[in-house]
Design a protein around this ligand. Sequence first.
Ligand code: HEM
Length: 289
Amino acid sequence: MDEHYISEMRDRAITLAEDPLRCQSLPHMELAGWDVLELIMVSKSEDYPDLFELHRDGNNWHWINKPSGIDQKFTFLDPTTLPCGPLEYITRQAQGDFAVLDQREGNLWMDAGMITSQADWSLDFDIGMNFFEWHAPVPKAAEMGIFQRALKFLLNIQQGDPSRRLNWTMTVNPRLDTSPENYHKWGPEKRTVTPENLGQKQYLRVELQTFFRLPRSNGLLFPIRCYLIRLDDLVTVPKWGRRFHRVLRDLPDELAEYKGFAVNRPMIVEWLSKYDDGAPTSPGTAPDV
Ligand code: HEM
């Protein structure tokens, strides 16, 4: 949770009002929804006790979300006692997207989620797909065997032992919702980038992705938290400016195309080259300053 909590939750509410299909849950996923609600309520109340409270007496629960002005008494596992389903209820109050995967037949299935800040993929398109199907558009990784190994790893995630990975792409303007459904709004903005305004308009988009085993449903929760930094800010850390220049310069064409910035890549690489003095960079992401 950070200073963007209220504005990101407002942004989610606006996106959902325009397109309710950003939140979906197939009928067999309701128990997983309660698992998610429990995980988020317990975590928030333990991590931020001055902002969130959870009081439990058997299945009689009392949830207080002070920043949002919410005070809700309900019966755990009884959906008639909440204003909407448990997954929608709690993910309207938690930053980041949430994919909820069912595990069966040695695979993971995208059978529920709250997805309003995605990097050009659609829950409504992917709902019901398995791990290999929803990853099918990704270049290179399948033939390198990466998805076979990743799935094996994910199927063995244990309760109480979550894991994480990072992903990145590029976004023009600080938009959380870069969905295929709204491509007509954000896609054309790529053509507005010039060498003069690039430092302000072009953003690095980093996703912190985590994996949690869910206790009752044996589902897997995949939260995706998106962070945006404009290039003017990124290059204030010399190591980041140097490294980002080299990453973008050397990235295979298919990946620049897939990540959606091929059209502006030469301009961005040229702009970043001013911040690369050729010095070596230390391992890891620490800024070294
Ligand atoms: C169950 C957890 C996961 C979910 C729900 C998930 C979901 C997705 C989705 C929806 C996409 C976009 C595909 C598209 O273009 O339509 C994607 C991309 C991708 N995923 Fe996953 N993923 C998961 C786990 C992983 C893991 C463990 C890896 C590790 C190798 C991985 C690697 C990737 C890569 C490399 C991309 C391409 C991203 C880019 O280049 O910007 N995913 N994932």
